[in-house]
Design a binder for this molecule. Structure first.
Ligand code: UN1
Length: 509
């Protein structure tokens, strides 16, 4: 079931974007070469000027200068900016959520969820500001104390993707600010307006609490802007979310100047369904994880590894749910699947479906374009493809709603199949058998950064560390002790005795 759009929709979307920016206290941008488009229609919402190289340089300079004072502000006082940001986000949750829908195409419930995720990480960061703990260790020497202290790192470059245009920025920025770092943000060039809105909310927060607004800088544009941040020695940490291809260029360049990287790259997430699984619960978890956000989360479920005995009943349930998914305008109530971000995503999806079928895959449902929305908007029905084997196309991440289904007989084979992809972000097993569940979480089980039991692969809470292994890049953001990536550790040995004993019992007399 789908809805069509009225011919005036592009105009309405443009006016709505203007109104939302105003409501969010954001100055409308001056027109320029960077086009902000809505995937709802493919039409332009606004245009703006990309940040020129000299201005990127100046932004890094301002962030570096602001860092000198910011690092000495006590962490609980730094948290005041984040607390005010959380208040502003709460006040503007619906407006910012709607702007996310306009620009990234995700449905209202998910867009508001994304803003909630920002508020959650702000609350986490506020508490964290009093918990940047270092350890004290017993010294081997009499009259000595050994401890570690955590210090701000410097300028953090945040390079974020279109699919979580605001939450991933907040994960990084809320932590970086309480940790005493300053931030230069390069959002996706597909979502410049939500970035303008977030930047102005943060500027407002800083002004309201009397902090230096220069602690946050926004630079806009394409890969060349990101490149400049990657290569600038004043940037201490590059936190980048995006494709494996992007990570492959970023990581060695940052390493070459001994900078630090925090990478959140592609995922190719799978769920194993065992014979003991609660199939109704599994089906619900699978449908949200595979079709939600039109398959455009890095945590999207892309592979389903099902025991042969439950393949039939599980697939019946999932296919029935897929048939009821409403694809359409994400601004409309009841729509669960919005558009793909652009035509390139659509083409990548079609190409992957063709390759899968050439490999012997059987298209069970979906995959077709819903073309009631004009030539420049790309809506698709989420696809399910039964695969005879985990071929090359299945081992790649295609950022679109395709769920490949494979079957297994022995759990060991399922775990091997699960791990036999280059990426390692998120994973799940649906089972009511404790041995199977523990097998999946064990050292020789899932090799991912996230491994869930009876929950889909997407929709993680902010309290845990978020990130993955192998080609996913190894970074951890958001909760737990991810804050350590945003700080530097100093080991301090303090001698309060009148002697000078050397470690390891060395005598040097
Ligand atoms: C992403 O897709 O880049 O776990 C982030 C999730 C969300 C975050 C996704 N909390 O699906």
């Amino acid at each position: 079931m789908t809805d069509t759009l009225s011919p005036n929709t592009s105009r309405e979307l443009r006016d709505r974007a203007d109104a939302l920016l105003r409501a969010l206290g954001t100055k409308l941008p001056e027109p320029g070469a960077l086009s902000a488009r809505s995937p709802i229609t493919g039409s332009e919402l606004a245009s703006l000027k990309p940040t020129a190289a000299a201005d990127v340089d100046a932004a890094i300079g301002r962030a570096e200068h602001a860092f000198r004072a910011w690092r000495t502000v006590p962490a609980p006082q730094r948290a005041a900016v984040v607390r005010r940001l959380a208040e502003l986000l709460t006040e503007h949750k619906d407006d910012l959520g709607e702007l996310v829908t306009l620009e990234a195409g995700k449905i209202g419930a998910e867009a508001r969820g994304e803003v909630q995720e920002m508020i959650d990480i702000c609350e986490f960061a506020i508490g964290l500001s009093r918990q940047l703990y270092g350890r004290t260790m017993p010294s081997e020497r009499p009259g000595h104390r050994l401890m570690e202290t955590w210090h701000p790192l410097g300028v953090v470059a945040v390079i974020s993707a279109f699919n979580f245009p605001v939450a991933v920025w907040a994960w990084n920025t809320a932590l970086a600010l309480v940790c005493g770092d300053t931030v230069v943000w390069k959002p996706s060039d597909a979502t410049p307006l939500t970035a303008l809105a977030c930047h102005s909310l943060l500027q407002q927060a800083a002004i309201d609490v009397g902090a230096d607004p220069h602690v946050h800088q926004l630079v806009q544009g394409g890969a060349e802007v990101g490149s400049q941040l990657v290569d600038d020695a004043r940037v201490a940490l590059v936190s980048a979310t995006g494709s494996v291809r992007m990570g492959r260029t970023v990581a060695p360049r940052v390493a070459a100047r001994f900078g630090r990287c925090l990478l959140e790259l592609g995922g190719n997430n799978a769920a194993v369904v065992t014979p003991s699984a609660d199939l109704d619960l599994a089906a619900r978890g699978i449908v949200f994880a595979a079709a939600g956000t039109a398959g455009q989360r890095c945590t999207t479920l892309r592979r389903l590894i099902v025991h042969v005995d439950v393949f039939g009943p599980l697939l019946d349930r999932i296919a029935a749910a897929y048939r009821q998914l409403r694809v359409g305008n994400p601004l409309d109530d009841g729509v669960l699947v919005g558009p793909l971000i652009n035509g390139r995503s659509y083409e990548a999806m079609q190409e992957a479906l063709q390759r899968a079928q050439a490999d012997g895959g059987e298209l069970i449902c979906g995959g077709d374009r819903v073309d009631d929305f004009g030539a420049d908007a790309y809506y698709v029905r989420p696809a399910i493809v039964r695969m005879p084997a985990q071929t090359a196309v299945v081992r790649e991440e295609t950022f679109a709603p395709i769920l490949y289904v494979l079957t297994y007989h022995e759990l060991d084979t399922a775990v091997d199949l699960h791990n036999a992809v280059p990426q390692g972000l998120s994973s799940a097993i649906f089972t009511q058998n404790q041995r199977e569940a523990e097998r999946f979480l064990a050292a020789d089980g899932s090799d991912c950064g996230i491994a869930n039991i009876n929950i889909g692969t997407s929709g993680a809470e902010i309290g845990g560390a978020f990130g993955g292994e192998k080609e996913t890049g190894g970074g951890r953001e958001s909760g737990s002790d991810s804050w350590k990536s945003y700080m530097r550790r100093a080991t301090n040995t303090i001698n309060y005795s009148t002697e000078l004993p050397l470690a390891q019992g060395i005598k040097f007399e």
